[in-house]
Write a protein that binds this ligand. Sequence first.
Ligand SMILES: Nc1ncnc2c1ncn2[C@@H]1O[C@H](COP(=O)(O)OP(=O)(O)OP(=O)(O)O)[C@@H](O)[C@H]1O
Length: 233
Amino acid sequence: MLRIDGLVCGYGGSQVLRGLDLQIAAGESVALLGRNGMGKTTLLRAIMGLLPAKAGKLWFDDRRIDGTKTEAIAKAGLAFVPQGREIFPDLTVAENLQLGAMGRRGLGAGIPQEIFQRFPILAERLKQKGGTLSGGQQQQLAIGRALAGQPKMLLLDEPSDGLQPSIVTEVGRAMRREVEEQGLTLITVEQNVALALAIAERCLFIENGILVAETSSAALRADDSLIHRYLAI
Ligand SMILES: Nc1ncnc2c1ncn2[C@@H]1O[C@H](COP(=O)(O)OP(=O)(O)OP(=O)(O)O)[C@@H](O)[C@H]1O
């Protein structure tokens, strides 16, 4: 579903991604792990067309997407929930979700009801302004808004950031069900290894802008030496 060959990308003259290769099949849930500053967010932004590739090729559903505008990439079925959950604080929960639905599916698209099964709190807060929700509720709204467009693939950047443990567990369960029941393909960047293991069946390790190791979540649970090598400070 997603294929990246030799991606080089960065800011100004500095390269962050240095020839990164990656393949993700439809229906897979993959966690991207690595120390701070190794290029995880940069990779998600490059996939969404928010940062231009300096070299390399990207395909989504067999279509080249490097050099493509973000709007067209979103229409093709990719959605991104950035770190810090960028919701519209002055719009209500319902309006946030409505915009997510229309963004990809066009005017008149309704909010898919599965979103309220995933995140029941959103159904209770429909008329409340996004900015008045707690951090955990805003994260659920940000993910719900992305899912309202019924994407084929979702890119999630640090969903646990700033959330209390019980909400992290709830978000993890909701994402796992989205993968298993809706067939969503998912890439999650996450520092919280427990959450990454709960969401993903495959873990990729990034260091200095390339993928340096990969393993199944089951293997990582049994042997955490890769975590010590690529995540310990
Ligand atoms: N807008 C920017 N302008 C210049 N440099 C940037 C910008 N954003 C990130 N960088 C730099 O690019 C490198 C990779 O950053 P990136 O955010 O991709 O890392 P990360 O692996 O996601 O880590 P973190 O968990 O810290 O976000 C870092 O050295 C960072 O300082």
